[in-house]
Design a protein around this ligand. Structure first.
Ligand code: TGC
Ligand code: FAD
Length: 392
């Protein structure tokens, strides 16, 4: 017998929506409409064609989603909850779309805003907010992304300029970026360089044949005696703290983003199992199915409450990176487990791109790896709890 008494929103069991302000709800609903009407119809094909749907950039910019947390410089100046909700709704469409906005906002515009000169801010931030200039963030190198302190890319002063040599690997937007924020060792510590696409000696190569995040561009960057003027060096950062603080911003957004991917999978699993008749009754009526659906709901709800509290702490200026690590670990693990389980509930249909589960599942393999792998976040929390550094 079916039971339709429940009035709870299956994707928001604890009514997180009621904890949002009117402005936060408006941002969520506006982005949700854009994702439903403009993004979802193109994401599957973009994923299959291994291309980023750049036709969406003008609308993403028009909605104020690029650098949305920045005050001034033609940016929207929204709070952290709004940024999280933007990530959640975009990633409900596809992780590649959220990645594009994460990189532009948290990894490119944020360091220019936080560590850049006034001239750098004026030059790049408004153009990036309008989507007219695209950025990328080069920290990872091929010999080991988890340990960026061991980077080989380096720069030396030469008169009023710097000479940059080295390479970066796995860089989102790398081959289409107008400007790359490149982190390099110098005699004065780790510095951030704004490398422009037409600087002699700077080349990129797109990474092909990815099975994950196919609707996102990933590239290698190469620097062969690239001459970078002092005016293109971020003046207010001289250590690994600089790039790691950018990661804190982006990881925060990811904690929300993956909730969207998980919600899309749960929604699909609910609908599919109600329509699928096996052994004479809907699959959703089997006890084992309900336990699995309930478990998805439990995990999504826990993740929503974690991210909401994280956002409130961030807006209050009380965020600790270990808290971000815990939420990145928990929420990515939650999302990838749900995507895999949803895929399985769809049986053979679950391996078809006609359904969203497998696309999200494959994407989440990247999301659980980038911005710090699960192990890196576990060890960061371990360090916070014990005071003992397991990295060194
Ligand atoms: P450690 O000694 O711990 O720290 C060096 C300095 O940085 C400070 N710090 C942080 N600051 C802000 N936020 C954080 N999360 C921070 N973690 C550390 C720290 O206080 C220290 O400051 P100071 O002033 O004392 O110098 O550095 P470590 O070398 O021991 O490394 C620690 C570790 C392993 C946690 C770090 O290296 C790490 O996070 N590794 C993971 C690397 C990573 O996440 N890479 C991501 C690359 S970007 C990317 O993946 C983009 S994907 C984009 C997309 O498509 O969405
Ligand atoms: P490794 O560091 O080699 O790790 C391999 C394994 O070792 C992992 O399982 C890891 O958890 C484990 N491990 C590491 N340290 C320890 C330890 N101390 N103890 C036990 N196990 C350990 N980077 C950028 O800079 N900019 C970008 O825009 C960007 N975009 C990306 C987009 C995609 C699609 C992907 C897949 C990656 C992207 N990255 C980017 C790189 C990403 O940040 C790295 O892949 C990530 O940090 C892990 O580095 P690695 O791949 O070199 O793995």
């Amino acid at each position: 017998m079916s039971n339709q008494k429940s009035r709870l929103d299956p994707l928001d069991l604890f009514d997180v929506r009621s904890a949002l302000s009117d402005d936060e709800r408006m941002v969520k609903d506006t982005v949700a409409r854009f994702v439903d009407e403009q993004a979802i119809p193109v994401m599957r094909e973009a994923f299959e064609q291994h291309r980023f749907p750049s036709e969406l950039i003008p609308q993403v910019a028009e909605l104020g989603l690029l650098g949305s947390s920045i005050e001034g410089y033609d940016c929207a100046g929204l709070n952290s909850i709004c940024y999280g909700l933007i990530c959640q709704e975009l990633e409900r469409g596809d992780s590649g779309l959220r990645s594009f906005v994460s990189v532009q906002s948290s990894l490119v515009m944020y360091p220019i805003y936080a560590f850049g000169s006034e001239e750098q801010k004026q030059r790049w931030l408004p153009a990036m907010a309008r989507g007219e200039a695209i950025g990328c963030f080069g920290l990872t190198e091929s010999h080991g992304g988890s340990d960026p302190g061991d980077m080989k890319t380096h720069a030396k002063r030469d008169g009023g300029d710097w000479i940059l040599n080295g390479s970066k690997m796995w860089i989102t937007n790398g081959s289409v970026a107008d400007a790359a924020i490149v982190w390099a060792k110098t005699d004065e510590g780790i510095k951030g360089f704004i490398v422009e696409k037409d600087m002699p000696g700077y080349t990129t190569q797109e990474i092909e044949n990815k099975f994950s995040l196919r609707a996102s561009i990933t590239a290698a960057l190469f620097f062969d005696n690239v001459r970078v003027p002092e005016a293109s060096v971020l003046p207010d950062v001289n250590s690994l703290r600089g790039p790691l603080s950018c990661l804190t911003q982006a990881r925060y957004g990811i904690t929300w983003g993956v909730i969207g991917a998980a919600q899309a999978c749960l929604e699909e699993a609910l609908s599919y199992t109600q329509d699928r008749i096996l052994f004479g009754k809907p699959l959703a009526g089997a006890q084992a199915t309900q336990i699995r659906l309930a478990d998805m709901s439990r995990r999504i709800t826990t993740a929503q409450l974690l991210s909401l509290q994280l956002g409130r702490l961030k807006d209050a200026g009380k965020l600790n990176p270990a808290q971000v690590s815990l939420a990145k670990w928990n929420n990515c693990r939650m999302a990838i487990d749900i995507a895999r389980d949803a895929r399985d509930l769809l049986g053979a249909a679950g391996i078809s791109a006609e359904y969203v589960a497998i696309r999200h599942m494959l994407n989440l393999e990247s999301v659980i790896t980038y911005e710090g792998t699960e192990t890196i976040h576990q060890l960061s929390i371990g360090r916070e709890l014990t005071g003992i550094n397991a990295f060194s």
